[in-house]
Design a protein. Structure first.
Length: 277
């Protein structure tokens, strides 16, 4: 068995089970893990989607972690709704898939208390199209598919508003926040993971990099890409009990190291942007 497969713990998840996932949260704190007798930091289980965070964690584990005395075991998820409950109930010690706004929304809705260790990378989101080459080509009544979770839906609306295509309220997180729609765009709210499948049926589709990359979408196919001044950088999240855990601290240092930044830029170019030191 390869090193990557040894580190990869598959978790069966259902994208549409958001409500069940939130309801299943446990308020119990994870048990503390004693440091190994050999002086190493030991193992840390990190929840992540396969691309790019899973690839990133695998690369760090295989190239940097041993020298730091850390063993990284990444736990695979395929949607945005189950990694946080898994972290809350102690199935993982950290996760790497969400931005701070998404985490805060989870804490508010599920009564959680997850905390951010810091920003790691931006999975740049973009509008993609099979029929258009520029966002300016969106005509009267154009159909646009956007995410149905509050954080990423707000993100999509903010980008369109910044281009002057629509106007939105300051706190817009869904279609009710659109105050002006002069071109009468027809919006459809779609679960994030399935947005690439909506491309043939819409003039434009908003897809985050975590789902654009596995679907084979590239920056060249995007008709409007989020800038690197975005506030939606993904964070390394953990619980308050583990905020000062040496494993979590070491993992964050490795994820934001110059070596990892170079790997991110070389592997994903403009779609994945490492945080600047």
């Amino acid at each position: 068995m390869t090193s990557t497969l040894r580190r990869r713990v598959a978790t069966t998840v259902v994208a549409g089970a958001a409500a069940l996932a939130l309801a299943a949260c446990s308020s119990g704190a994870p048990a503390e893990t004693e440091a190994p007798e050999d002086g190493s930091l030991g193992t840390i289980r990190v929840g992540a989607l396969p691309v790019p965070a899973g690839d990133m964690l695998t690369w760090v584990d295989e190239n940097l972690a041993a020298e730091a005395g850390l063993d990284i075991e990444w736990v695979e998820f395929t949607d945005y709704y189950t990694p946080n409950p898994a972290l809350t109930d102690g199935s993982t010690e950290a996760n790497l898939f969400q931005n701070a706004t998404f985490m805060e929304t989870y804490n508010s809705q599920a009564g959680g208390s997850l905390v951010s260790i810091g920003e790691v990378y931006l999975p740049a989101a973009a509008f993609y199209s099979e029929s258009l080459t520029s966002i300016d080509e969106l005509g009267e009544g154009a159909t646009i598919a956007i995410p149905n979770d509050p954080t990423n839906e707000a993100r999509a609306l903010e980008i369109l508003a910044a281009e002057g295509l629509i106007e939105i309220a300051d706190d817009a997180t869904n279609l009710d926040g659109i105050t002006e729609n002069p071109s009468n765009f027809q919006f459809t709210e779609v679960e994030n993971a399935t947005l690439p499948l909506a491309l043939p049926d819409n003039d434009a589709v908003f897809v985050t990099a975590s789902f654009a990359l596995p679907a084979g979408l590239t920056q060249e196919q995007a008709i409007l890409t989020e800038g690197d001044d975005s506030e939606y950088f993904n964070i390394l999240a953990t619980t308050p009990e583990l905020e000062d855990d040496p494993r979590v601290e070491a993992l964050y240092e490795l994820l934001t190291s110059e070596e990892t930044q170079a790997y991110i830029l070389e592997t994903w170019g403009g779609l994945i942007v490492p945080v600047s030191e």
